[in-house]
Design a protein around this ligand. Structure first.
Ligand SMILES: Nc1ncnc2c1ncn2[C@@H]1O[C@H](COP(=O)(O)OP(=O)(O)OP(=O)(O)O)[C@@H](O)[C@H]1O
Ligand SMILES: [Mg+2]
Length: 232
């Protein structure tokens, strides 16, 4: 565990309504993350990776138990408080990119900054820096329907990292990227992790991502099955 805890998860249970009954996706997760971790949730399809990331990101709430993120208990936040947490401190890379289809690459990446107090000039610099990280400065004026899947994924990564949030949650961020782009982007993420102490939590099956992780958390059937820490 590095430094102070940024996330504390205690006996977390998540049930979803299913037909007349319920489906238990998370069955009692206990995990702590320190500031500056570069960690990944690994596990078969359906093991609960996205469900857990969504709760950490305050996009969903626990059924039982607790998730405390940056000192805030997710189940106790009002809609307004959880929106504030997301806008100020979190960057998301979703399994489906969630880009605004009628807006340009520039506007998509700029979007999280519009909710914060930056000038037009500051925003422009930040957006161009983020597009540089993912190698897309030549596509600023394109719109998502004109981009390849991998390019959309890179826009989503730039959008998540543009404000240099303290916590980035990345759900299969390299699923549509070729090896060269995956390695470039992981290197960029590692740089942010080293320089700014940005905490990264991935959900992934990708061996390329897994190779970069400093901590591997294996999920199985809604539970933590095993953990591994790598030497730096
Ligand atoms: N809103 C929902 N309603 C009902 N069941 C759900 C809901 N969301 C997820 N589940 C179920 O919870 C389980 C865990 O889903 P989750 O999306 O977390 O898996 P995952 O590990 O991210 O899988 P993948 O690798 O395929 O993305 C799955 O069996 C899924 O069908
Ligand atoms: Mg998933």
């Amino acid at each position: 565990m590095e430094n102070s805890a940024i996330i504390q998860i205690n006996q977390l249970i998540k049930r979803f309504p299913m037909g007349k009954g319920e489906f238990t996706a998370l069955k009692g997760i206990n995990l702590n993350f320190g500031t500056g971790e570069f960690a990944g949730l690994i596990g078969p399809s359906g093991s609960g990776k996205t469900t857990l990331l969504n709760i950490i990101g305050s996009l969903d709430t626990p059924t039982k138990g607790e998730a405390v993120v940056l000192g805030k208990s997710i189940s106790k936040l009002s809609a307004k408080e959880s929106a504030k947490l997301r806008k100020e401190s979190l960057g998301f890379i979703f399994q489906s990119y969630n880009l605004l289809q009628v807006h340009t690459v520039f506007e998509n990446v700029e979007f999280p900054l519009l909710l914060l107090d930056y000038t037009t000039l500051e925003r422009k610099k930040m957006v161009m820096d983020a597009l540089e990280w993912v190698g897309l400065t030549d596509k600023v004026k394109s719109k998502p329907p004109q981009l390849s899947g991998g390019e959309c994924q890179r826009v989503a990564i730039a959008r998540a990292m543009v404000k240099k949030p303290s916590l980035v949650l990345a759900d299969e961020p390299t699923a549509n990227l070729d090896a060269a782009n995956s390695h470039n982007i992981l290197q960029t993420m590692l740089n942010l992790n080293r320089e700014l102490k940005t905490t990264f939590i991935f959900a992934t099956h990708d061996e390329k991502v897994i190779g970069y992780l400093k901590r591997k958390i294996f999920l199985k059937d809604g539970l933590v099955d095993q953990e591994e820490w790598m030497n730096q």
